[in-house]
Design a protein around this ligand. Structure first.
Ligand code: LHQ
Length: 255
């Protein structure tokens, strides 16, 4: 069975990390599978992406048994994790991390690179990196700073403390927590809703919030004006306004 499984349901693509006996730790095959799946996800017919894990893990990060002493870690990161994180970040559609279980190290970074984090009540979060004398890589310094703020991110990532899913929600790391047995159906419903949304406007919103973190107000107002000009030229804008006037639900096409 492949280390990364990809399925399509309507306009939703689900990418499942599939090494359950290793808590979906990343090895070469997982990286290759993820890169290919994220390339597929660029298909305009895909309007929402879900990344999740098989078994009781989301991902325990780098497979520490397949890493070893040899090699240039910087080069390894550039060729593997960076490709994945940048692919998620540049996808012009929402990407949901469906955190089904334990989420550690680069698995935590992967979840944080996604646009939305939903969690099962079986999930918990572990920094991982500091436990083996490393720094938060794969976007772990970038995204956790944005999600948690520097004081909380620094304090947590320099401990190796397990964060419960309840605390993760209180911190804003995950937006919703659902009972494990209801989680797959819940994720499918949220993903279907997003995939039926005005995809161009959602993609532009993704970009704007990313830029806002390092922008001035003047620059950001200008970016909003440009993005709104683009959004207002979509079929979905016309449909949204027409549906409002006709007092019916809009039928967005993503165009
Ligand atoms: C694993 C792993 C794992 C292999 C559990 N590898 N087998 C980037 C570039 C270059 C170098 C290094 O790093 C990076 C980025 C990173 O991701 S660094 C951080 C790497 N990850 C970690 O340090 C986490 C290590 N794992 C753990 O601390 C625990 O396993 C956690 C807290 C994730 C889960 O604990 P438990 O729920 O108690 O499960 P467990 O420890 O019993 O694990 C279950 C199995 O999974 C076990 O195998 P076994 O054959 O004994 O049943 C573990 O050995 C295996 N496993 N993580 N990263």
């Amino acid at each position: 069975m492949a280390e990364v499984e990809t399925t399509r349901d309507g306009a939703v693509q689900t990418i499942t990390l599939n090494r359950p006996d290793k808590l979906n730790a990343f090895n070469r095959a997982v990286h290759e599978g993820l890169h290919a799946a994220l390339e597929d996800a660029r298909d305009p017919a895909v309007r929402a992406v879900v990344i999740t894990g098989a078994g009781r893990g989301f991902s325990a990060g780098q497979d520490l048994t397949e890493f070893g002493e040899a090699g240039d870690i910087g080069q390894m990161l550039r060729a593997t994790y960076h490709v994945t994180v940048l692919a998620i970040h540049s996808l012009e559609k929402p990407v949901i991390a469906a955190v089904n279980g334990v989420c550690a190290g680069a698995g935590l970074s992967l979840a944080c690179a996604c646009d939305i984090r939903l969690a099962s009540d079986a999930a918990f979060f572990v920094p991982g990196f500091v436990g083996i004398g490393l720094i938060p890589d794969s976007g772990g310094s970038y995204f956790l700073q944005r999600l948690l703020g520097t004081p909380r991110a620094f304090e947590w990532m320099t401990s190796n403390r397990r964060l419960t899913v309840e605390d993760a929600q209180a911190w804003g790391l995950v937006s919703e927590v659902v009972a494990a047995d209801e989680f797959p159906a819940f994720v499918a419903e949220r993903a279907a809703e997003l995939s039926a949304g005005p995809t161009r406007s959602i993609a532009l919103t993704k970009r704007l919030y990313d830029e806002a973190a390092t922008s001035t107000l003047e620059d950001q107002l200008e970016r909003e004006a440009e993005a709104q000009t683009e959004a207002a030229q979509t079929e979905d804008f016309r449909e949204g306004v027409a549906a409002f006037g006709e007092k019916r639900a809009p039928r967005f096409s993503g165009r």
